[in-house]
Design a protein around this ligand. Structure first.
Ligand code: GUN
Ligand code: FE
Length: 414
């Protein structure tokens, strides 16, 4: 039985606009589940081993709702073009290499090792069209303690021959062969330009037959949206997924930069999660997503790195980029909107995105015990800062060296 207690300065979201701070407090974990935050150890938990993290800060684990594990090797390059060229010149050639298992294993081990050093505990990952390499990725993530979903990508048009599939038979084999427990399969049509109607229909069938979640892209780039309208008869992009039963409360869609009110309304009705990918949106000049509008209208929204559209694997980076982007949206696009607050991006990275995976991303009793311990003792300052100030500085300024420990479902993984 996993029973332990962590002691430190504990921070967790209250609602979207509040971070609750508990100085020198105790966080109790029983069997991988959080039992709450306490000023003193309650008598029923006396005798459980306490790990004292002193003045360090303990936050809930973070969820990356959209990351291309297969693109990690070329992050930080090719950042001077738009989506459709960028896919052809960077993404597709790199993803083609994953037919070679030796390359795939090396690339996915590097990805999973580096991910361990970030605040991410849960993720929705894209692999490539290759079954065996995708299975390897799932095992590599599970071995390191992660929870979440990974998807074998589907494509049968608008891609090079070496990535084009005839049908979904290989995807169905992959679903049947998945043996990982904590990294589960997600149906992954790359996006509508990559998948014919018949492939989408088959994917909808697999989704229903195996009761699987869905991950994909939507309304990211203006040329992409034009292409969607030239390829299918839809009033708006989301209809292309919805008509095949691919939009529901276990769907996560990356981007939504140019989603119309009708598209947002449909996604809200279906309970779809939006993965906001601010760094990627800037890097490949996609645009600025109106995140304030999503939040105010009650959409489910979390944060994502979208590596390698994004170059930073850390959700701390996604949080700072989300703040910057929303400021620019307010300044340049709509002065009647309000920029996001630090509290809101903290919520999106933890409890907001975490709710895609169930009860994760908070230290309320009953939530999965995912925790990240932050050591900022190398960040010297001439005066004493509050825990709230320190947390903000760590998220804005720190790197992986400040991540001292990480727990997923009560297991220490770093
Ligand atoms: N749309 C379709 N494929 C991709 C991808 O690999 N990255 C991003 N950012 N958008 C996409
Ligand atoms: Fe993406």
């Amino acid at each position: 039985m996993k029973r332990h207690i962590l002691k430190g300065n504990i921070c967790t979201s209250g609602d979207t606009n509040e971070i609750k701070i508990y100085k020198n407090s105790f966080l109790v974990c029983i069997d991988g589940i959080c039992r709450g935050i306490f000023e003193k150890v309650p008598s029923e938990y006396c005798g459980i081993e306490i790990t004292d993290y002193g003045d360090m800060i303990i936050i809930p684990g973070m969820s990356d709702l959209h990351v291309h594990a297969s693109q990690y090797a070329y992050r930080g390059t090719g950042m001077d073009m738009e989506l459709l060229d960028w896919l052809e010149i960077n993404a597709f050639p790199e993803e083609g290499r994953f037919s070679d298992m030796e390359y795939a294993a090396c690339a996915y081990d590097i990805f999973a090792d580096d991910l361990l050093k970030t605040p991410t505990t849960r993720l929705c990952a894209f692999a490539t069209v290759h079954k065996d390499a995708t299975l390897y990725l799932m095992e590599a993530l599970e071995k390191r303690g992660f929870h979440g979903y990974a998807g074998k990508v589907n494509m049968d048009r608008n891609c090079p021959d070496y990535l084009r599939e005839k049908d979904v038979s290989c995807t169905e084999e992959w679903i049947k062969e998945c043996s990982t427990v904590n990294i589960r399969p997600a149906v992954t049509p790359r996006f509508i330009p990559s998948c014919t109607d018949s492939m989408m229909e088959e994917l909808g069938r697999l989704c229903e037959k195996y009761n699987l979640p869905v991950q994909s892209h939507i309304s990211e780039n203006k040329s992409e949206i034009e292409l969607v309208h030239s390829l299918c008869d839809v009033e708006f992009y989301a209809q292309g997924y919805d008509r095949y039963g691919l939009l529901n409360d276990r769907t996560v869609m990356a981007h939504c930069i140019y989603s119309s009110d009708e598209e947002l309304a449909l996604m809200k009705e279906r309970g779809v999660f939006i993965a906001h990918c601010p760094e990627s949106n800037m890097n490949i000049a996609s645009g600025i997503a109106p995140v304030r509008k999503y939040i105010d209208s009650g959409q489910k929204v979390g944060l994502a790195s979208d590596v390698a559209g994004g170059s930073d694997l850390s959700l701390f980076g996604a949080m700072t980029h989300a703040l910057r982007c929303s400021g620019m949206y307010w300044r340049l696009v709509d002065e009647s909107s309000r920029p996001l607050t630090f509290e809101e991006v903290f919520y999106m990275a933890t409890k907001g995105g975490g709710s895609f995976f169930g009860k994760t991303g908070s230290f309320e009793a009953g939530y999965d015990f995912d925790a990240v311990v932050l050591d900022d003792s190398n960040m010297c300052h001439p005066r004493q800062l509050s825990v709230r100030q320190r947390l903000e500085k760590i998220i804005y300024l720190s790197d992986s060296r400040n991540i001292h420990a990480k727990y997923i479902c009560g297991n220490r993984v770093l």
